[in-house]
Design a protein around this ligand. Sequence first.
Ligand SMILES: [Zn+2]
Length: 237
Amino acid sequence: MQNLQRTPRQPVDAGVKIQVEAEAMQKLWLWTDFARGEVSCLGLVDEVVSTDTGRTTALIVTDFFLVKQDCTSDETDMDVADVARLISELEAKGIDSRKLRCWAHSHATMSVFWSGQDESCISGLANAEWLLSLVVNKRRDTQMRLDQFHPSHMYIPDVVWEVKYPLVDGLAEACFDEFKAKVHEGTFMPRTRDVVSGRDRLWNELDHARERGALTMDDLDDELNWLGIERDDFEPY
Ligand SMILES: [Zn+2]
């Protein structure tokens, strides 16, 4: 049997959740597929700040915008005047253009990495705070990067990120019920970070279901009991 695995990368957890909304990602994939070579776009990023701690908990790319650009098989050059047009159109709609903090581009059929040109593009987009950059290719490889410009320029070239899927009413509950009915898990569950964060996520979904009125407090306690989770183990975000 062939081993088709490529060299695994090890993206770094930046300590903040980084997500791209599914529809925005779909736009990027469409432009990537339409382009014969490279193509660039700019993304709006929502910064989610915890009201309790004042700390940023998530950076969510909510939309991508295409601007006029000149592209070849290995270059993409956005038209500065058209970027200015995008900024004034966003401002006219009441959208803070400082939220344009993601630069995404495709390497077409080439692998994903940060080239010298990419470095200068990122330096050109530098602001006083931070910037996300996403490089993709037609094979659906992706690499997300987080640059910080203050107090000095530092970056993580390969950060953990995920697609944010829209919330489908009732889906989490239905999947949970089906899982509970069909999957028997033995007692192993090492308390690794992944397991804990997976359970954190599950807890959040159950808690949201409760907030929406889909689960009573008793139902929630039943589910948690069944999972062997103490409610006190979890701190809401
Ligand atoms: Zn590039």
